[in-house]
Unconditional design. Structure first.
Length: 115
């Protein structure tokens, strides 16, 4: 059984930083990713990282967020810098074995950026 446990959310002022972490148990996956869902909005893709560290970001976070993974520990992190109020959302970790197909999801962690 695969389980994803996220941590690191919280409240931060605009311009600040937060680091999210996600630990996966059960097996390893080719793709690990972060999504987010703001109140009243649909869930959106944020960033993904392949097993060989190839990364991809949505345009709104490029240059501000960095995704990384530790294959030995089966973890994926999201370093978020220069945070903006529009980054406020519940952030979800997800993993999968095929591009754009995520089979398992974490429970979500709240990130709130105050102006």
């Amino acid at each position: 059984q695969v389980q994803l446990v996220e941590s690191g959310g919280g409240l931060v002022q605009a311009g600040g930083s937060l680091r999210l972490s996600c630990a996966a148990s059960g097996r390893t996956f080719i793709y690990m990713a972060w999504f987010r869902q703001a109140p009243g909005k649909e869930r959106e893709f944020v960033a993904r990282i392949r097993w060989d560290a190839v990364t991809y970001y949505t345009d709104s976070v490029k240059g501000r967020f960095t995704i990384s993974r530790d294959n030995g520990k089966n973890t994926v992190d999201l370093q978020m810098n220069s945070l903006k109020p529009e980054d406020t959302a519940v952030y979800y970790c997800a993993v999968g074995s095929s591009l754009n197909t995520y089979n398992y999801w974490g429970q979500g962690t709240q990130v709130t950026v105050s102006s």
